[in-house]
Design a protein around this ligand. Structure first.
Ligand SMILES: O=C(CO)[C@H](O)[C@H](O)COP(=O)(O)O
Length: 258
């Protein structure tokens, strides 16, 4: 048996705690990324071992593949109509539970799915907890047509915003531009610090060619932070906190899915 890596421990701990919120009959949004992949494995185990009946709406083709592999019934958002809960990772979260998402380039589907849910739970490791957003580059999905013009308009906007950095770089996948599941491009905005996230998000989405930005405001209800020693911290709105503990040995049967 391969041991759980140090990097995976917090991801497993947060995921294992978060799937306790899933109940029989729920329609659940399934996030994207390495942390969300642990959540999908934990949820798959509940489906297989407890007979939990859920419909999962994946936020990417990657997540859809994994969900099917672990035994979760996959449906589209169209089929589900509305969701009870979405569980997803994040690149950063702050005290207001505002998020930066899109490190995996799936933030458009993730935002649609999360906002079509009664509740969003974010699973994270402690490194994602920041006093101020912006060290992680902010992903902005753009239409490929005329993307250089969109990039110029984004950089012009940044000149008047409360941020430290002002460059917008095209995300690459090797020698070619990275493409989202919708076939779009991603500009990564290197801002260093985002002083007024709401202002920035609203202005970005006004630019022709911008499809969606990776700032999630007033969407996340709870962040579950996993720690490598098995402790888990739940942060709710208005700073409400709760702690707990997850048995790391519980990850063993899931390692085979890796
Ligand atoms: O927004 C995302 C994908 O678009 C991910 O949730 C985010 O990038 C976090 O990923 P990871 O759990 O691998 O750190």
């Amino acid at each position: 048996m391969i041991p759980l890596s140090d990097a995976d421990k917090p991801k497993f701990v947060a995921s294992r705690r978060a799937v306790d919120f899933v109940e029989d009959g729920m329609r659940v949004g399934l996030g994207t990324g390495s942390t969300a992949a642990w959540m999908v494995r934990c949820l798959g185990r509940r489906v297989r071992e407890e007979g939990l009946k859920i419909a999962g709406v994946p936020t990417s083709t990657r997540t859809a593949e994994l969900a099917r592999k672990v035994g979760i019934a996959v449906v589209t958002l169209e089929d589900a109509g509305w969701l009870d809960l979405t569980i997803d990772g994040a690149d950063e979260f702050d005290r207001d539970l505002t998020l930066i998402k899109g490190g995996g380039g799936a933030h458009l589907q993730e935002k649609i799915v999360a906002t079509a849910s009664d509740r969003m739970i974010v699973i994270a490791d402690p490194a994602k907890d920041v006093a101020r957003l912006g060290a992680f580059p902010l992903p902005v999905e753009v239409i490929p047509f005329g993307w250089q013009a969109t990039q110029k308009l984004v950089q012009r906007l940044l000149a008047g915003m409360d941020v430290d950095g002002r460059t917008a770089t095209l995300r690459m996948a090797g020698d070619t531009p990275f493409r989202t599941d919708e076939g779009n491009y991603v500009l990564d905005l290197h801002l260093g610090r985002i002083g007024a996230p709401r202002d920035l998000a609203l202005h970005l989405n006004q630019i022709a060619g911008v499809v969606e930005n990776g700032l999630f405001m007033d969407i996340c209800d709870t962040v579950v932070v996993g720690h490598a020693d098995g402790t888990v911290r739940l942060i709710g709105r208005a700073g409400k906190e709760e702690t707990g503990r997850i048995d790391l040995a519980d990850a063993e049967s899931l390692i085979a899915d890796l």
